[in-house]
Write a protein of this length. Sequence first.
Length: 549
Amino acid sequence: MSIHSPIDLLMQWVKERPNEPYLHQPVNGQWRSYTWSEVADQAQRMATALKALDLAPGARVAISGMNTAHWYMADAAITMADCVTVGLYPNQAPEHVSYILEHSETQVLFLGPMPDIDSFLKAVPPGIRIVQMPYPGVPEQALKWSVLVQEHAPLTEMPQPKPDQLMTLIYTSGTTGHPKGVMVSYGNMMFAADGLIEAMPPRGRERLLCYLPLAHAFERGAVELTSMVLGAQVYFIESVDKLQAALQYARPTRFFGVPLVYNRIQSGVLRLLPQHKIDRLMRIPILSGIVKRKLLKGLGLDKAHLCIVGAAPMPIPLLEWFDKIGLTVFQGYGMTENAIYATTNRPGMNRIGSVGKTMPGAHMKIADDGEVLFRHGAVMQGYYKEPEKTRETFTDDGWLKTGDIGRVDADGYLYITGRVKEIFKTAKGKYVAPVPIEGELARNHDIDQVCFVGNNLKQPIMLVSLNEDARNKPREEVEAGLISDMEAVNATLEPHEAIAKMVVVKDSWSVDNGLATPTFKVRRAQVEKRYGELLEAESQTRNKLSWEA
């Protein structure tokens, strides 16, 4: 069978494993499994329904909602109908919802369960037809998934797209300005699929957990595409607060996360077993192995042979903490513009502190100014309707500019040392790269999020958000730990980089308050703006730590 698209991979597994489970969906705490043939059948019927709506080839069809089995089915149906998928975050800002749907010229929208769904619907431009997915809490629409699949026969003739044909528009989560529509072709996607199976081949029957937003390139590639490449079973979650329970149920063989998720997993462990007790138990040879096995089983990660972190830098202390409890977390690196296909550490090829070596077929080099550049078959076609921004993102000879500053060691491991746009200049005229310094402070287990800022300040200030456990501790205990760790970090820095003081803020930075992206990256510019007056006032005082009033 000639493989042209992920749909060809899906149909291959339908042929080989028609009655084996593929997708596992919880609804009100009850699990429902869909076999490979059931998933394909629903997708084929929905593809026929889309064609009946008189959508021309290449028409844009959007999907939004929490990650569900029907998100996958809708994505497959859109591809089968020869249309282009547009993903939207379920908790996206209303102005971004309207912008993306209008900018992409979306004609049909698949609507799944999400928080504040009424607010989302108000942002949908008139004229877009909405298909109601079959989940509780989704408002009734004229077009219903269950009715459409009953009324239409399965599509039998699959499209055979050319490599340069547009497959999906993935809109960047956007730490600044409007989201940009990254054009991903079938050739881009299949290049990544081929390299993925070469770099990280399957180990028996694999299981994956799908919980990060599917509108983001990381989850689309690392879980959705990977499931079709490996023939892996996929488990979904009903809400983020049920992640731990889903992990224990699914027991994934591969787990993908962002740093904040791993940070909160660590906090959950320390809530039950404080660090001093872990340290004491790990020093006893007979108990050490038993404790590690119990910890990993309790986390639901005892079957995971591959755990990868991406989307943002993971602090070295956190990587080392997981390593000590018997779980190696491999740091990877990529961006939407190269289909998250760039570099990664992996079994037998791991160097803590780096983001790994290049994936198969990925060409990388460091520009004269230190910027990391890529060129390979998964690099985007460009930004939709934005030729000028596309030109700005590539060098004259066709290399993708990542916007990240990095270095490569003698063995080929890439180290990201900063981001071009995040390096700030203090009032003294000195430049500071905040990310490595933020990472060093992650040795403190009370911290949930950090943001090191210093634009036009005499000396940089570290804003800190505490985790839930730390908020319930005595303030004096938290302060002592924070100041001690700040001083330890400062001892390793140049004088102009040193943290002048720490400010503990009241609120966490989230999508809801506009201070984090849907993949939990801190929106640095928005944080600086939000706390501008506070930073100015705190810069005039000499104490080492303050609390936001």
